[in-house]
Design a protein. Structure first.
Length: 311
């Protein structure tokens, strides 16, 4: 059970209560750098979806064809063409799986050292793992008569796959993300203004249109609601109000605040703290325990709020 003293301390400091932290699932944000040093911000799921999307599949098919043509492992010398095709196809699929698995290394590096892992590091580690797997498969198929591992071959594999990795993140990945964001924006704009204006939430004794709410602040047993042209204070619990909203409506960056998406202006630093600046110049603090969720919400629902912040 949660110590009541811990709850009291959390309420005074404005941070997450310990029991709330346990219930909150980790958001697997993936922060890396490409070969040019440019930052890459996504999620593990986002990377998987991008890789397996139609443009990603086209790129993987091109990589597969290049492998067949140049045959870096020299499989043509001791395997039939169907076996060679099957083996390289299995290698491409296995590489994607291993890369996604080892991307957790990038997440661990970021969380431990606050450093973005180079994509080439994850690519090299994945390639070495695949080389061992390829060696085992080749030895099995040739009854130990052939080998595909040597220092020179390993260097060739790492350089070749590193080239594939760099092309993907420099030219393919960003286009896929741009298409997804455009699609999300189009779907969001497809919701009619009348339908959005018709939505209401109940706060205390008031039934308020959600399109008019800018932000809500919890103050002990009351909530202070700021609308477009007025503000009200009602006896209510913020969590009951947030339960009536959706991620498309807004975000709760702090246990005492809820911010409407249409009321947010940008993300900024206020001293050592990260804040959401609103269109009415209000600065809403972001709890440290909700930074990853904030990044995920921005990417999925409010990409216009992206800022060049390293937090």
């Amino acid at each position: 059970m949660t110590d009541p003293k811990d709850i009291a301390r959390s309420e005074k400091s404005g941070e997450e209560r310990p029991d709330q932290q346990v219930r909150r699932a980790p958001f697997l944000r993936l922060r890396m750098r490409d070969i040019t040093g440019a930052p890459i911000d996504t999620t593990l799921t986002g990377l998987a979806v991008a890789t397996l999307s139609p443009p990603g599949q086209v790129y993987l098919s091109m990589c597969f064809l290049v492998l067949i043509v140049i045959d870096p492992a020299g499989l043509a010398g001791f395997l039939t063409l169907p076996l060679e095709l099957l083996l390289y196809f299995a290698v491409v699929l296995a590489y994607v799986a291993v890369y996604l698995l080892l991307s957790r290394v990038g997440i661990a590096i970021d969380r431990t050292f606050r450093l973005r892992a180079p994509t080439l590091l994850i690519s090299a580690l994945s390639t070495l793992c695949l080389a061992v797997l390829l060696e085992a498969m080749v030895r099995l198929l040739t009854h130990g008569a052939a080998t595909v591992i040597s220092p020179a071959l390993l260097l060739k594999y790492v350089c070749l796959v590193g080239f594939f990795d760099s092309v993907f993140f420099l030219f393919v990945f960003h286009q896929i993300l741009a298409r997804r964001r455009t699609g999300r924006a189009a779907r969001a704009s497809a919701v009619s203004a009348d339908a959005q204006a018709a939505r209401h939430i109940v706060i205390g004794a008031e039934r308020l249109p959600i399109a008019k709410i800018q932000h809500i602040e919890a103050r002990e047993h009351f909530v202070h609601v700021t609308l477009e042209n007025r503000s009200i204070t009602q006896r209510a619990r913020l969590r009951d109000i947030v339960a009536q909203t959706t991620p498309e409506d807004g975000f709760q960056p702090h246990r005492s605040w809820w911010v409407a998406r249409h009321g947010a202006r940008d993300i900024a630093r206020d001293g050592n703290k990260l804040v959401i600046r609103l269109k009415d110049d209000t600065k809403v603090p972001v709890a440290r325990t909700r930074l990853d969720e904030l990044r995920g919400w921005i990417e999925d629902h409010a990409p216009e709020l992206r800022q060049d912040e390293a937090g």
